[in-house]
Design a protein around this ligand. Sequence first.
Ligand SMILES: C[S@@+](CC[C@H](N)C(=O)[O-])C[C@H]1O[C@@H](n2cnc3c(N)ncnc32)[C@H](O)[C@@H]1O
Length: 242
Amino acid sequence: MKNYRLSYAPILLLVLSAGTSPATAQVAPAADAGNKIPPALEYYKGREIAQTMHFAGAPWLTRESRDREEDCNKLLRELKLEQGQSVCDMGCGNGFYTLRIAKRVGPKGQVYAVDIQPEMLSLLNERAKADRIHNVKPILGTVVDPLLPPESCDVILCVDVYHEFSHPEQMLAAMRKALKPRGRLVLVEFRMEDPQVPIKIEHKMSKEQILKELPPNGFKLVQQFDGLPWQHVMWFEKDEPK
Ligand SMILES: C[S@@+](CC[C@H](N)C(=O)[O-])C[C@H]1O[C@@H](n2cnc3c(N)ncnc32)[C@H](O)[C@@H]1O
């Protein structure tokens, strides 16, 4: 498995000065659904695939400054989630977005919270319990399959995640199957186009690169939003809804 190389300049300084080193920690092996998993890609369509963010860095995901830096509530408003929807928080980490989404879709809705690191799901579970949230279903996925039920999701949200997929084509095919016919896959990625965004380069993606990768895998771009401080948001639907 890959090492987590610290990708975010602010936490890098913090962690190195604290003398710990998630930069060299091993990511826990992914669950194996019984199928042989092909070797991880290092590059996809000319892009270097980022290392998986190790769970030791999880506090960075729930840092106090995140709302200010990334305007997370603005993103949530733009998603226009509705009560009763079924939403997947793909690569949920410790559940920063999962819990907020769970409140938005309400008790009649459901959030599938998928990650490949069981430690991330444990952290999410603790946070959900503390907030008394009961409509979250954690799923330990594999690097090739999020193990979602077919045609189960109105929305699959990938915040700062897609660029880490070691098997992008398998993940895209699996997410395509998990979407309802008019369901939407939302990619939220740090803007490669903007050198001011203080994130390591392989954890950023340009729109051009995203459009090299998604349409050949059966997705069409249907909407975009450029009003966040650091990220762009791109909505995709299946190119041929079944
Ligand atoms: C940078 S974190 C983002 C976490 C969360 N989306 C957030 O914004 O707070 C990326 C997460 O994606 C997960 N991840 C990487 N590859 C994955 C895959 N193939 N399937 C599911 N999760 C994955 C990592 O384990 C990590 O928790």
